[in-house]
Design a protein around this ligand. Structure first.
Ligand code: SF4
Length: 338
């Protein structure tokens, strides 16, 4: 029998909320973000990832966020009071390395022993049997990040193109297996915008996933020094906003990929809604907030707190909503239908 791993990584914002680290936060995480600890690097080699096998970035990084290791016992003790510290969920990010599943199972048992907060697990593809065990251990939602909008981009950033172990069909199969075990609405994937996809390709993937019962969480490529994509620019904010809005409308059943229109470069020029209706639907500002599992706000995962904010980690103020909606309408107006 394996022991609980001695160390676990904790995002710096989570560490501050849990009282493990003293730090002023301009936005507090509403989810406790944890990551498995391993001495070496991930055996995969995703081009955007500081944890990748050939990355020379600090192993304390995932995206632009610091994840220092802490003694697991200290973290578990702090998680006991998680709800009173405003936490709504625990998200365990899993690095791929030999024996990672055993570590994950032991960590999950230990976490379940100290808190009833819902748990999301973000994992590389695993088999049906392991998925069933995760469900039994009380995992509420599982995420298998496809990250890329098309098979071609997937190959280039996660698969053979970077000497990585993953395949597009393998990830799709893993997502289907996760659906069999966890059911529709309890499976998530991630999509990173800025890897060379068109807006049309991104929205098609989001719709396809949604049709299968899978929720897509949206990320902006964050070029980190030491990763293969260190010199790759982040996505243009206007393109991100259009995809973000399309995602919001799709997962709320308000429009569909097939009702939308795109220009010759694949940019969204019509969301399939009357302008007045679109403004109404965006008036809460929710479309511009972080997307993913319920209760997840990932503060400043893709951007500096000074902005521009790809994902708002909190509800928007009235003036921010007006600014974002006006900018969106201006952008579409220039390009097409409105
Ligand atoms: S599997 Fe996850 S941790 Fe490993 S390189 Fe890919 S994105 Fe990074």
């Amino acid at each position: 029998m394996r022991d609980v791993p001695e160390l676990v990584r904790v995002s710096i914002g989570t560490a501050a909320i849990l009282g493990l680290e003293e730090r002023w936060l301009s936005a507090e995480p509403s989810t406790a973000y944890l990551m498995t600890y391993t001495e070496g690097r991930c055996t995969a080699n995703c081009a955007f990832c500081p944890q990748a096998r050939e990355s020379t970035a600090s192993q304390d990084l995932l995206s632009r966020v610091l994840w220092p290791p802490f003694k697991t016992g200290e973290v578990l003790k702090a998680l006991r009071g998680g709800r009173s510290r405003g936490l709504k969920r625990i998200c365990l990010q899993v690095i791929n390395y030999p024996g990672f599943l055993d570590d994950v199972m032991e960590l999950l048992k230990a976490i379940r022993g100290v808190t009833d907060l819902p748990i999301s697990l973000d994992t590389p593809p695993i088999g049906l049997k392991a998925l069933g065990e995760l469900l039994e251990l009380g995992v509420e939602r599982v995420c298998i990040p496809i990250d890329a909008a098309t098979p071609r981009i997937f190959e280039a950033v996660k698969g053979r193109g970077v000497g990585g172990p993953y395949t597009w069909t393998g990830h799709l199969k893993a997502l289907e297996d996760a659906l069999k075990v966890f059911g529709r609405g309890r499976v998530t994937t991630h999509l990173i915008i800025g890897l060379g996809e068109t807006e049309r390709e991104a929205v098609r993937l989001i719709q396809d996933m949604w049709n299968r019962g899978i929720l897509t969480g949206l990320f902006a490529l964050t070029p980190i020094p030491g990763t293969r994509l260190e010199d790759h620019p982040p996505p243009p904010l206007d393109a991100y906003r259009r995809i973000q809005v399309a995602r919001y409308l799709i997962v709320h059943g308000l429009t569909r990929y097939g009702d939308m229109a795109f220009d010759w470069e694949g940019r969204i020029i019509d969301f399939g809604l009357e302008p007045k209706r679109l403004v109404e639907l965006l008036s809460s500002g929710e479309a511009f907030q972080t997307s993913g599992c319920p209760g997840c706000n990932r503060p400043y995962y893709n951007e500096r707190p000074s902005g521009p904010l790809y994902n708002y980690p909190r509800p928007l103020r009235g003036d921010e909503i007006d600014k974002e909606v006006e900018a969106l309408l201006r952008m579409i107006w220039r390009g097409g239908a409105y």
